[in-house]
Design a binder for this molecule. Structure first.
Ligand SMILES: Nc1ncnc2c1ncn2[C@@H]1O[C@H](COP(=O)(O)OP(=O)(O)OP(=O)(O)O)[C@@H](O)[C@H]1O
Ligand SMILES: [Mg+2]
Length: 557
C-alpha cells in the first residue's frame, strides 16, 4: 500500500500476497541453494547418480545436471531460474550444468553473509560484476590453444566423461566422438549445428564396446520390393528424392467413366508409363539406390526393381537431409530436373537385422558431413545414459574445434582465477573489495565439491592448492580424483574447454545478480471470480491484474 499525502492508495488487488526486501531475497536464495544441494553430490568423477522415477514409473539413472534439473517438478520461481541457467549452459556448451548451479548458489550464500554484515545488495552486485569481468579476462590469459591437436580433443572428451556412467568405456567413446567430429565439422558452423548432423541410433546389444561408427547413414527401412538386393558394394550412386512415385490423387473426388476394356488398358498404361519413365531415367543416369522421402507405389517398385535399382520409401525429411550431407547428394524434388551432380556416393549399402529391427546401412562415404553412431549397450538405461554422455563428449569436442582454447580442470582453473582475483580485489578497494573477495573464494566451491564427493578432506586440499596458486606458473594445479591428491592437470590430461568455464562463470554471476536485485515478490490471489468491475479494493477493471503475470508462482512464499 503506497501513501500519497497521507492518503493510502491501494494498487494491488485484495488478497495479493507480497514479501519484501531481504525476506524476498532470502526466499529465492534458499530455493536456489536447495536446487544446488540436489545436484551437488553428482559433481565430478566420484559424484553419485540420481534415479529419477516419473509418474508412469519409468526410471532414468543419470549424473547429468541438465537431465536431473529438467525432470524435477520445480514450483518455486527462484528455483526455476536456477534450472533455467543450467538449461542455458546446456544449450550453449552442452556440459558444465552442475558447476553453474553450484557456483550461482555459492555466490548467493556469500552475498547473504555480506548483507548480514550490512552491505547493500547494490554494492555486492557491483562487486560481483567487476569480479566476473576480471575473471573472464584472467581466464583468457591463462587458457592454452589446442591447435586442433587430436590428443587434446580426446583428453577433453575423457574429462567430460570421467563423471558419467560410461566411465569404463570412456577411451573408446572419446576416440569415436573425436573421429566423428573431426570428419563432419564444417567451417563457420556452430558446434551445435555440427553435432546435429550426427545420428545417434540406440540399439540393445551385448555391451557398449559393440558401439560402432558408420561413415554414412543408417535408416530403419526395408526395400520396397522383395527381390531388390540386400547388399551392394563398389561405386554406388545414390539419388535422394523428395517426389512421390505415384499418380497424384486429385483434390476433388472425381468420376472417370471407363466404358471399354481398351479404355481401361489405356488408362492403366498411362500410369505405368509414368512409373516406367521414372525408373528408366534413373537407370540412364546409372543410379543404383533411390532413397525417397515420399511414397513409392507397387508399379513404380516393380519397374525400379526391373531396372536393377534398390529403393526405400517414406524416409523422414531429416534423415534424407543427413543422407544427402553424408553422400554429397542434392535432394531432387522433380525427376525431370535431375542432373549429374545431384547424386551422392557410397561404397556399401547393406540391410541387416540389429536387435530385431531391419536396418539399412549406407556407408563408406568419402567426405561425409553427416555420420551415424550406432550405440549398443546391455540395457536400455545404460544406452540412454551413454547417449547423454556421448552428447556431452561431442559437444565439448565441437566447442573445442570451434573455440580452440582449453584450461586445466579438477578445480585448477577455478583456483587460479580465485588467486588472481584476490590480488585484483585490493585494487577495487572499499566495500566492493569484500564482494570481489567473496566472489574469488566462491570459485573454490568447485574443488571443494569435487573433494567432498570423493571422500577427501577439502580443507587440506584447498590449503594445498591455495599455496600452489600463490606462485606463478602453477595454474595447472588442481585435484586429480583418481590419485586422490593435487596434481598438475595439464600433465595428467584433465583439461576442459575455456568456453565451458566462461559460460558457467557468466551465467552463474548473472543469475546471482538478478536474484540480488529482486526486492519484492508479489503474487495475486487467483481470482475466484467477482465479475469485472467488481474487483477487490474497489479498483477499476483491468487494474487488479498487476500481479497476474506471476500467477503461476505457487509455493513462492
Ligand atoms: N579425474 C578428475 N579429477 C578431478 N576432477 C575431474 C576429473 N575428471 C573430471 N573432473 C572435473 O569434474 C568436473 C565436472 O563434473 P561433472 O561433469 O559432474 O559436472 P558438470 O560438467 O558441471 O555438469 P554436467 O556434466 O552434469 O552437465 C569438472 O570440474 C572437471 O574438471
Ligand atoms: Mg560434465
Amino acid at each position: 500500500m503506497a501513501q500519497l499525502g497521507g492518503i493510502p492508495i491501494i494498487i494491488l488487488k485484495e488478497g495479493t500476497e507480497s514479501i519484501k526486501g531481504n525476506s524476498a531475497r532470502n526466499k529465492n536464495i534458499q530455493a536456489i541453494k536447495a536446487v544446488a544441494e540436489a545436484v551437488r553430490s553428482t559433481l565430478g568423477p566420484r559424484g553419485m547418480d540420481k534415479m529419477l522415477v516419473d509418474s508412469l514409473g519409468d526410471v532414468t539413472i543419470t549424473n547429468d545436471g541438465a537431465t536431473i534439473l529438467n525432470d524435477l517438478d520445480i514450483e518455486h520461481p527462484g528455483a526455476k531460474m536456477a534450472v533455467s541457467i543450467a538449461k542455458n549452459q546446456d544449450d550453449i556448451v552442452g556440459d558444465g550444468t552442475t558447476s553453474s548451479v553450484l557456483f550461482a548458489s555459492q555466490l548467493l550464500t556469500v552475498a547473504q553473509e555480506l548483507m548480514e554484515q550490512g552491505i547493500h545488495p547494490s554494492i555486492i552486485t557491483k562487486g560481483f560484476r567487476a569480479a566476473m569481468v576480471e575473471a573472464l579476462e584472467i581466464l583468457g590469459k591463462v587458457s592454452k590453444n589446442s591447435n586442433m591437436d587430436r590428443e587434446i580433443l580426446e583428453k577433453i572428451a575423457v574429462t567430460t566423461m570421467n563423471s558419467k556412467g560410461v566411465a569404463g568405456n570412456k577411451d573408446i567413446f572419446a576416440r569415436i566422438a573425436t573421429d566423428v567430429m573431426l570428419k563432419i565439422m564444417e567451417e563457420g558452423k556452430s558446434s551445435f549445428d555440427n553435432v546435429s548432423n550426427i545420428i545417434v541410433l540406440k540399439k540393445k546389444g551385448k555391451s557398449l564396446k559393440e558401439t560402432e561408427v558408420i561413415s554414412g547413414v543408417v535408416l530403419e527401412k526395408e526395400p520396397v520390393h522383395p527381390l531388390m538386393p540386400k547388399l551392394l558394394t563398389g561405386d554406388i550412386k545414390i539419388a535422394t528424392i523428395a517426389q512421390a512415385f505415384e499418380i497424384k490423387k486429385t483434390e476433388f473426388s472425381s468420376e472417370l467413366r471407363i466404358t471399354s476394356a481398351d479404355q481401361m488398358g489405356a488408362f492403366l498404361d498411362q500410369e505405368e508409363q509414368v512409373m516406367k519413365g521414372f525408373a528408366e531415367k534413373l537407370k540412364e543416369y546409372g543410379v543404383n539406390v533411390v532413397v525417397n522421402q515420399k511414397g513409392i507405389e507397387d508399379t513404380a517398385a516393380h519397374y525400379l526393381n526391373k531396372a536393377g535399382i534398390l529403393a526405400v520409401k517414406s524416409v523422414t525429411k531429416s534423415d534424407l537431409e543427413k543422407l544427402a550431407k553424408a553422400t554429397g547428394a542434392k535432394i531432387t524434388e522433380d525427376i525431370s530436373d535431375m542432373s549429374e551432380d545431384d547424386f551422392g556416393k557410397a561404397e556399401r549399402v547393406e540391410f541387416k537385422k540389429i536387435a530385431g529391427d531391419d536396418l539399412m546401412f549406407i556407408s563408406g562415404c568419402t567426405d561425409p558431413k553427416a555420420m551415424t553412431i550406432l550405440l549398443r549397450g546391455g540395457t536400455i538405461n545404460v544406452v540412454d545414459e551413454a547417449e547423454r554422455t556421448l552428447h556431452d563428449a561431442l559437444c565439448v569436442i565441437g566447442i573445442m574445434i570451434d573455440k580452440k582454447n582449453f584450461v586445466a580442470g579438477g578445480g585448477a582453473i577455478e583456483m587460479e582465477i580465485s588467486a588472481r582475483l584476490l590480488d585484483f580485489a585490493i585494487q577495487a578497494g572499499g566495500k566492493e573489495q569484500l564482494a570481489v573477495e567473496a566472489f574469488a573464494r566462491s570459485l573454490e566451491c568447485i574443488p571443494i565439491a569435487l573433494a567432498d564427493n570423493a571422500g577427501l578432506e577439502p580443507i587440506d586440499i584447498i590449503a594445498n592448492l591455495r599455496a600452489k596458486h600463490a606462485e606463478k606458473g602453477n595454474d595447472g594445479w588442481g585435484l586429480e580424483i583418481f590419485a586422490g591428491e593435487p596434481a598438475n592437470n595439464y600433465e595428467t590430461g584433465i583439461i576442459e574447454p575455456q568456453a565451458n568455464i566462461e559460460t558457467f562463470i557468466k551465467s552463474s554471476t548473472e543469475l546471482a545478480i538478478l536474484i540480488l536485485r529482486i526486492d519484492e515478490m508479489i503474487r495475486a490471489k487467483k481470482s475466484a471470480g467477482p465479475p469485472p468491475g467488481m474487483g477487490g479494493g474497489g479498483m477499476p477493471p483491468g487494474m487488479g491484474g498487476m500481479g497476474g503475470g506471476m500467477g503461476g508462482m505457487p509455493g513462492m512464499m
